[in-house]
Design a protein around this ligand. Structure first.
Ligand code: NAD
Length: 370
């Protein structure tokens, strides 16, 4: 059986604590399910800066490029606040995204039935929610040039950011969204602002053309991004896959995230283009949350976002769809049984540590796999 090469970058703060729970799963899958995972562990963020003076070493960057998938914990913390800008912990993540050419960011918003009460929205609005936001990650206004602040005389300055998209960038992100929709409920809603932005006009045009050319079997709708934000909190269950640009995706995915409760629950995936020879995509999986320095080292962090990121890795990098589904079921079942890390705690529930939560998920996963 082929080996599956995983590169683990636990990073800083709670990163190593939550990654340890994924390592337990990998060990169980290797010994009991013959999964054939081969893992290497590297340094990223502040941990890498302490060891090498940079946020990721060239050697670890090469390991990341050679792996089938990278699992990333979190980076940053007060200890590294004064390191030079180029070496700051986040530079490690940005270098990974850039060199692996990860242009598609996937953020699911799933509401586990056991947590439906803990959302700020009414239970009936979010119960059973399962949507996926596909955000373009390497283009748009965060990267467009010119990007500057210039003096324009009279004591005035002008700040410029440039929103720019080329056809191929829109085509490839639309392609990811349509393909993912086919594995789900077969619906894509594309969001932009063609009423006031030229980039929105091209976005809508290219998404429509891509749909007609290759994905006519998928249901496609368009929505202005501001209306989309409103609809996400009014009736999010109307959506299946949402595809949008870097800026709108940044905001809309945070809105969608909060539908489901704690930051400790949210996984994400970032994918590159399929390689011509193998069809494999470069991919990095990470929780949405940061390194949570306020709770690091106390064994109270919620490992579910990290574990659910590994479930995405099983599904999207290794086509282990059944295993991914069982792992997600195991998470839901453990929550149903009343296990809660502190961030999720409510009356009548059982507060557990990071490792006890991880153990409970591993145990359920084994039972479901038996
Ligand atoms: P954060 O996500 O680390 O924490 C925000 C709050 O949520 C904190 O109170 C934290 O305790 C809580 N929290 C986060 N994850 C949790 C979990 N798994 N279980 C329980 N509680 C959890 O964001 P922040 O405090 O703004 O940033 C802290 C550091 O992380 C900063 O250095 C920031 O730059 C960095 N950061 C890194 C990433 C990344 O690595 N991708 C993302 C965001 C922030």
């Amino acid at each position: 059986m082929a080996t599956r090469k995983l590169f683990l970058l636990p990073g800083d703060g709670i990163g190593p604590e939550t990654m340890a729970e994924v390592s337990k799963l990998i060990a169980v899958m290797n010994t009991e399910m013959d999964a054939g995972f081969e893992t290497e562990v590297g340094l990223v963020g502040g941990a890498a800066y302490d060891a090498h003076g940079e946020a990721i070493s060239d050697a670890d960057m090469e390991r990341a490029l050679a792996a089938d998938a990278v699992l990333f914990g979190a980076v940053g913390g007060p200890k590294w606040e004064s390191v030079p800008y180029e070496q700051r912990p986040e530079a490690g993540l940005l270098r990974l995204r850039k060199e692996m050419e990860l242009f598609a960011n996937l953020r699911p918003a799933i509401c586990y039935p056991a947590l439906a009460e803990s959302s700020s929205l009414k239970k009936e609005v979010i119960e059973g929610l399962d949507i996926l936001i596909v955000r373009e990650l390497t283009g748009g206004v965060y990267f467009g040039e010119p990007k500057e602040i210039v003096e324009i005389g009279n004591g005035q300055k002008r700040a410029v950011d440039t929103q720019v998209y080329d056809t191929f960038e829109i085509e490839r992100i639309a392609g990811v969204a349509f393909e993912l929709a086919r594995t789900r409920r077969n619906k894509v809603c594309s969001m932009e602002k063609h009423n006031v932005m030229k980039s929105g006009v091209l976005w809508k045009e290219v998404v429509t053309a891509t749909h007609e050319a290759k994905y006519a079997d998928v249901e496609l709708t368009h929505m202005l991004a501001d209306a989309g934000g409103m609809q996400l909190v009014r009736w999010p269950k109307q959506f299946d896959v949402i595809v949008t640009d870097n800026l709108f995706g940044d905001m809309l995915s945070d809105v969608a995230a909060m539908l489901t409760g704690s930051l400790g629950m949210l996984p994400s995936a970032s994918l590159g283009a399929p390689e011509a020879s193998t069809g494999k995509r470069k991919a990095l999986y990470e929780p949405v949350h940061g390194s949570a320095p306020d709770i690091a080292g106390q064994s109270i962090a919620n490992p579910i976002a990290m574990i659910a990121s590994f479930a995405m890795c099983l599904r999207y990098s290794f086509n282990m769809v059944a295993e991914a589904g069982r792992l997600e079921k195991a998470i839901a079942a453990v929550l149903e049984d009343g296990f809660r890390t502190r961030d999720l705690m409510s009356d009548g529930m059982r507060e557990v540590s990071t490792s006890a939560m991880g153990d409970a998920v591993v145990q359920k996963f084994r039972e479901l796999s038996a």
